[in-house]
Design a protein around this ligand. Structure first.
Ligand code: V47
Length: 389
């Protein structure tokens, strides 16, 4: 029996896949068969429902004491050319200027800045909540939380409690990279270890906070390292049930310490998403992050296991620095179009996957419409303010 046939039977019986199965899926030449199996699992969980949100991304500082080989964004010291740290007022203005069509989520990711007081981060959160009390603050990776604990002399729980009191709602998934200790020591030696990353998530989950998790793939790691990464997350999720989405992040080589490596291909992207869907049987959502994948690949990924395409974003800088071909932002209308054209039903969600608004599916593919109707189908979505509250 071919490994894929055995794995398909196991998936259909509801049996858990093993590390060997994960490796076999990465090595299986028939990408479409792997994708189809992941699609089966995705449709059993979510049907055609495909999630997006209206979010906004802010990197308040790129000053960072860590020197990750893959990073094109960080500057080691505050006086270096290109280093920047926003004043609190500048950061808050980013939300203030969007209040005519406000996002439901603010996603903050930063460098590990050694010169800011802890109160800067507390004030940052408080200020955003003053502007929009119901905005969801998804801020600071587990690596940042670990850095705060070390730098300001607190436990992980103390850091999280203080930030939660100031307005923190959940943690994003960044900073996971690859958990394997050997690979991690070569690409990001001087920041939280895999165990510390997982521990921060564990503590957050025990406090009732939800978090996301990521995996940076397509650089010096092997398929076995990817499988190991997925299994460590699956084990954490068995224990805490606090992970809500997993996001594989495709490595971008421009302007960083691994610039000689090629970026992963679309086939690798789609396969990684599909294998993630199949291995992470206890995580609800697999996100095709369009900034890292390009909108085109993210759209196809909605048939390879992914049920979420992230959000409108605006002003992303980490992938911009690393050479992504994706635009900096997509409008809500463009996200809806990508999802509909993939034959799925667009659902605007909030960060915790509560439904904000369900949009109708496309009755026929856009290309089947007459030019006039096609234009109409692309008109920006008119917001129903009542639904938004
Ligand atoms: O932690 C940095 C990665 C992450 C590169 O939680 C790179 O919903 C590829 O975590 N090539 C930040 N990746 C982004 C992130 C994220 C994105 C979308 C949604 C969520 C979520 C989280 O970006 C970093 C790092 O792992 N990264 N440099 C690079 N050259």
């Amino acid at each position: 029996m071919r490994p894929l046939d055995r794995i398909r039977d196991a998936v259909r019986r509801g049996d858990r896949l093993t590390a060997e199965d994960g490796l076999a899926l990465f090595l299986e030449p028939d990408l479409l068969a792997v994708g189809q199996l992941a699609n089966e699992v995705r449709e059993a969980r979510h049907g055609d429902r495909t999630y997006f949100n209206r979010n906004m991304r802010i990197e308040v500082t790129n000053v960072c004491v860590a020197s990750c080989l893959f990073c094109s964004f960080a500057k080691l010291e505050a006086h270096m050319p290109g280093a920047h740290t926003m004043s609190l007022e500048e950061a808050w203005r980013e939300l203030e200027t969007r209040m005519d069509d406000p996002p439901t989520e603010v996603h903050v990711v930063n460098g590990l800045h050694p010169g800011l007081p802890f109160s800067y981060y507390e004030e940052l959160l408080r200020g955003f909540k003053r502007i929009k009390p119901d905005v969801h603050m998804k801020c600071f990776t587990a690596v940042e939380i670990h850095f705060f604990a070390q730098h300001y002399g607190m436990t992980h729980a103390e850091v999280l409690e203080r930030l939660r009191a100031a307005g923190l709602d959940s943690l994003p998934g960044g900073g996971a990279e690859i958990f394997d200790e050997d690979v991690r020591s070569r690409i990001s030696a001087d920041k939280a270890t895999a165990a510390e990353y997982l521990e921060v998530h564990r503590v957050a989950h025990r406090m009732g906070m939800r978090t996301n998790a990521t995996m940076l793939y397509g650089h010096i790691e092997t398929f076995a390292h990817r499988v190991d990464h997925l299994l460590r997350l699956r084990a954490l999720q068995d224990e805490t049930k606090g992970l809500q989405a997993f996001i594989p992040l495709a490595f971008h080589p421009d302007g960083n310490g691994m610039k000689n490596l090629p970026a992963p291909t679309a086939v690798d992207d789609l396969r990684t998403l599909a294998v993630s869907r199949l291995m992470l049987d206890n995580v609800d959502h697999i996100k095709a992050y369009w900034v890292s994948l390009t909108p085109d690949v993210a759209q196809v990924a909605l048939r390879f296991g992914a049920d979420d395409i992230d959000g409108t974003i605006v002003h992303e800088t980490i992938y911009k620095a690393a050479g992504t071909r994706s635009p900096g932002a997509l409008s809500e209308g463009e996200l809806i179009r990508l999802i509909r054209e993939a034959g799925r039903v667009p659902i605007e969600r909030d960060t915790l996957y509560n439904v904000v608004r369900e949009h109708p599916r496309a009755e026929v593919p856009e290309a089947a419409l007459k030019p006039r109707e096609r234009l109409k189908a692309r008109l920006p979505v008119v917001h129903d303010k009542q639904v938004r509250s």
